[in-house]
Ligand binder design. Structure first.
Ligand code: ATP
Ligand code: MG
Length: 292
């Protein structure tokens, strides 16, 4: 293969947009057009291989791509059902979902103990089979390629094992999840093959940038005014921050300005608690880039 780092990505679907956005936030410049299989990154020696998500682990394993971005659920499924040389290099935190067992509301299957002797429809036979054998349950799997949520209503299975994010699809089909068998998020995968020195350097650089993008998306800069007497209590409330900067306010002896970098999510509840301690003029600002 050439010395351009090749990244396998989902062309279209639930992973695609966030994968493209992540790489763009890392400074890669590229355009995704219509039918092409390969997109060239203009400002770095990187090519993007645009494919179906199910093929990504095997493409990485078989040297069609150096790395890939795929749902952990697909990676684990492929690891369980085929011979795969691909493992997680970094968790990416988007496209979060759960692989769940679900059954019709008011039906005979209400929990995993009701599954023995029944049929379970799924597009994830590997992960589902592993769960059943770990739990000592003897049930039959019905493999489907899609529209698994329809299986109970057409009489193909008594329950399903499918991906859930908001739960809206289950609800719309009169189904309720009763067991989570795998939690998933997008992951960056690579094989155990050694890369050339140039690609290794580029990959390290990319991984550091991805880390920076993920960190900065969670990190916020907080600015507020606080009564001097409450600075210690307020500092305690700031999520994941080191010692804040505390500065005097011109013409005001009671209040000080407090500024801090918070490396964890700042929720509305935190702001309400800060306010209750006497903090005023609270600003939460996004951080665009960071490198520690
Ligand atoms: P492709 O055409 O590339 O094979 P697909 O239809 O198999 O796409 P998508 O529905 O685009 O796959 O989902 C891709 C991944 O997004 C899933 O494997 C999963 O990791 C993640 N995902 C997040 N939320 C959901 C959800 N509610 N339903 C399905 N997948 C989800
Ligand atoms: Mg797919």
């Amino acid at each position: 293969m050439s010395d351009r780092l090749r990244i396998a990505l989902q062309k279209k679907g639930r992973l695609a947009d966030d994968s493209f956005a992540l790489l763009k936030a890392c400074g890669l410049r590229f355009a995704i057009r219509g039918g092409g299989l390969l997109a060239r990154v203009k400002n770095m020696p990187i090519d993007l291989l645009l494919v179906r998500d199910d093929d990504i682990p095997s493409f990485v394993s078989n040297d069609a791509a150096d790395i890939g971005i795929v749902g952990e659920n697909v990676l684990v499924e492929e690891q369980l059902t085929g011979e795969l040389d691909a493992t997680i290099a970094m968790r990416l935190g988007f496209s979060r979902c759960r692989l769940c067992l679900a059954a019709p509301d008011g039906g005979t299957v209400k929990s995993k103990t009701d599954l023995s002797g029944t049929r379970i429809a799924t597009t994830y036979p590997g992960v589902t089979r592993r769960f059943l054998s770990d739990s000592g349950i003897d049930a039959k799997l019905v493999e489907m390629k899609g529209a698994v949520e329809l299986a109970p209503s057409i009489g193909v299975a008594e329950s399903i094992c499918d991906l859930v994010s908001s739960g809206a699809t289950l609800e719309a089909n009169g189904l309720s999840a009763f067991e989570t068998i795998l939690k998933s998020e997008a992951v960056l995968i690579r094989s155990s093959r050694e890369l050339s020195a140039a690609k290794t350097e580029l990959l390290d650089k990319l991984l550091r940038r991805i880390e920076g993008v993920i960190k900065s998306s969670e990190t916020k800069y907080i600015m507020l005014n606080a009564p001097k007497s409450q600075v210690a209590a307020i500092t305690n409330l700031l999520p994941g921050s080191d010692a804040p900067t505390v500065m005097p306010l011109a013409g005001n002896d009671e209040l000080v300005a407090v500024q801090a970098v918070c490396t964890e999510n700042v929720f509305w509840e935190t702001l309400e608690d800060l306010k209750a301690l006497g903090a005023r003029a609270i600003l939460v600002l996004p951080i665009e880039k960071m490198m520690s």
